[in-house]
Design a protein around this ligand. Structure first.
Ligand code: 5AD
Ligand code: SF4
Length: 451
């Protein structure tokens, strides 16, 4: 930045998944040459972007209430003689219900779908001339990535990197195939260039992102991509999310046993443990085939941490189906997990299915499932006590002299440690465990890496 251009303030609020976190960073990147600097509050911002999530009804409704607040904030600011801020709705709600947003909230200046972020500078310039521009949705992901700047300015020692977008699986409950379009993979060269640029700026860990990241279609699949990135100097840790059991191939499982940089953590959503429900969900796997996958992966990498997503109260789910889910959870043993009440999404096949489940039944099932998953998470964390784990220090902790990092299993680890260890991977002796995090001490006078 030259420093002479007047800095305009950009506030981006991100909802939903990690893909949106990545997209928000990239939006900030394309807007920075126009003089926009990121601020952490909507008050006083010249440009406000809501990067939205459409996956469940609750996520969608939050957007409309936030827009109401932004509208009031803008009116107050203008009443005090301030400039008019620009309000942009991006992300999956923009893609799915752009017209409805414009109708329900006239304060919105621009609606832009996830595949058009590279056009933001031009679109914003247009809205400054005339209110109410609306972008037609398209899925030209290749154009977007080609048009985004290749050099990123990472904000820390870990970074997300999108390698794949979209989904062709059409699980019957899910809006993603409609909002993010067909599966599409970035070329490995472009991904490697972005990863090298990040590593050159001190990033030690990348998380490869895709709605179906293990369906990555570049040559050799995700396993080949992981091996390629593992060869980049300085890039010590690779993770990926989120995966589908159908695309969990032998090569990727083998990579878990062979590639040191590939972290022992697998987020592999199963959704349900009932074969009848899995079939109605169009998941193309059974509880048994899922368990065999987990077994194989554990054979390749015995300590791997397993995470998953679960839906309770899918249409037609009976007590016995739910019990089957609990049984599967017991058989797997999770390090972490996300569970959701089924949310009826307009336009998806499951929304029209008979046997919609009562909210009270969903609540009860969710509570029982969560109790089991939380117990498993505590047990997984407690099992680390006494071990020495390599921890990548990411940031300062809340207490002075404390750093927070991540174990290979993605657990947060709190340690009393000097600032110079930020960005380094250091052995830590784990002394205590809670549900969400671990605490420990530096295991030995760490070999400091050259600065
Ligand atoms: N209702 C509840 N949960 C859903 N998910 C996707 N669609 C729905 C829905 N309609 C969950 C799935 C998926 C995660 C990202 O969100 O578990 O894996
Ligand atoms: Fe949605 Fe299923 Fe695709 Fe995942 S695999 S994004 S749950 S349709």
């Amino acid at each position: 930045m030259s420093g002479s251009a007047p800095q305009k303030r950009l506030y981006i609020k991100t909802y939903g998944c990690q893909m949106n976190v990545y997209d928000s960073e990239r939006m900030a990147d394309v807007l920075s040459p126009l003089g926009y600097g990121v601020t952490d509050s909507p008050e006083g911002a010249d440009l406000v972007v809501l990067n939205t999530c459409h996956i469940r009804e609750k996520a969608t409704e939050k957007v409309y209430s936030e827009l109401g607040k932004l509208k009031e904030m803008r009116e107050e600011r203008m009443a005090q003689g301030g400039a008019r801020s620009t309000i942009v709705v991006a992300g999956c709600v923009a893609q799915a219900e752009g017209e409805e947003i414009m109708r329900r909230q006239p304060a919105v200046d621009l609606v832009v779908g996830p595949q058009a972020y590279h056009q933001l500078p031009e679109l914003i310039a247009r809205t400054h001339r005339a209110r109410g521009e609306r972008l037609a949705a398209d899925f030209a992901a290749d154009v977007k990535f080609d048009a985004l700047p290749t050099d990123r300015r990472p904000t820390g020692v870990t970074a997300f990197l999108t390698v794949q977008e979209g989904c062709d699986k059409f699980c019957t409950f899910c809006v993603v195939p409609y909002t993010r379009g067909a599966e599409w993979s970035r070329p490995a060269e472009a991904i490697e260039a972005e990863a090298r640029s990040l590593a050159g700026q001190g990033v030690r860990e990348v998380t490869l992102l895709g709605q179906n990241v293990n369906a990555y279609a570049g040559e050799g699949g995700l396993a080949a991509l992981v091996r390629r990135l593992a060869a980049i100097p300085g890039l010590d840790r690779i993770r990926y999310t989120t995966s589908h059991p159908r695309d969990m191939d032998e090569a990727l499982i083998a990579a878990h046993g062979e590639v040191d940089a590939l972290m022992p953590y697998l987020h592999l959503p199963v959704q349900s443990g009932s074969d009848r429900i899995l079939k109605a969900m169009n998941r193309a796997h059974t509880a048994g085939s899922y368990l065999r996958l987990i077994e194989k992966t554990r054979a390749a990498r015995p300590d791997i941490a397993i995470s998953g997503d679960f839906i309770v109260g899918f249409p037609g789910e009976r007590d016995a189906d739910f019990e089957a889910t609990l049984e599967l959870v017991r058989a797997v043993g999770h390090a972490s997990a996300f569970s959701f009440k089924y949310s009826r999404r307009p336009g998806t096949p499951a929304a029209a299915m008979p046997g919609q489940v009562d909210e009270a039944v969903k609540d009860e099932r969710l509570a029982r499932l969560n109790a089991l998953l939380e117990a498993q998470q505590r047990a997984f964390n407690a099992a680390q006590v006494g071990r020495v784990l390599p921890v990548l220090f990411e940031r300062r902790g809340r207490h002075t002299g404390q750093l927070v990092g991540r174990s290979p299993y993605l657990q947060s680890v709190h340690v009393s440690a000097p600032d110079r260890l930020l960005g380094q991977i250091v052995p830590v002796r784990i002394e205590s465990a809670a549900r969400m995090s671990l605490a420990g001490v530096l295991a030995e006078a760490p070999e400091l890496e050259p600065a």
